[in-house]
Write a protein that binds this ligand. Structure first.
Ligand code: HEC
Length: 118
């Protein structure tokens, strides 16, 4: 039969392992928000019509000014999308699009667009 001390020790080890698990989860959650430019390939189809990609003429610039986001800093792109989603920055189409995006979507498209050289 295990002595009381051994049980206490194994409980302590369990608690330690559990805290590592939580820390691991926190790290994983952060890592999930690192954009994946590859995963963005399937998500940017709704952006390129307006923002275009390098060497790709967008259909809309003649109608209104669409900012160039290729080559833009990833943090800037995510921040801008969150501002549209929250309504802090207003532009009807961009608000609608940003609201439909998860944080992961934002991180992915930001990684994709920022991977272009200006
Ligand atoms: C219907 C056209 C349209 C579509 C589709 C569209 N955008 Fe936009 N986007 C705009 C316009 C116009 C602006 C500038 C709005 C403003 O003045 O705030 C803009 C602004 C932005 C900005 C801010 C740029 C800056 O320099 O501040 C980002 C980032 C952005 N869009 C990302 C995206 C992403 C990512 C997608 C696809 C998921 C997307 N947009 C789809 C038209 C569009």
């Amino acid at each position: 039969m295990k002595s009381r001390k051994t049980i206490e020790r194994s409980l302590g080890a369990l608690a330690f392992m559990a805290s590592c698990l939580f820390a691991g989860q926190a790290i994983a959650a952060d890592a999930a928000l690192i954009g994946d430019a590859q995963a963005a390939q399937s998500k940017i189809s709704m952006c390129i019509g307006c923002h275009g990609i390098l060497d790709y003429k967008a259909a809309y610039p003649e109608l209104y000014h669409v900012p160039m986001i290729a080559g833009q800093n990833a943090q800037y792109i995510v921040a801008a999308l969150k501002e549209y989603a929250s309504g802090a920055r207003t532009f009807p189409t961009m608000e609608a699009i940003a609201r439909g995006m998860s944080e992961q979507d934002m991180a992915d498209v930001a990684a994709y667009y920022s991977s272009f050289k200006k």
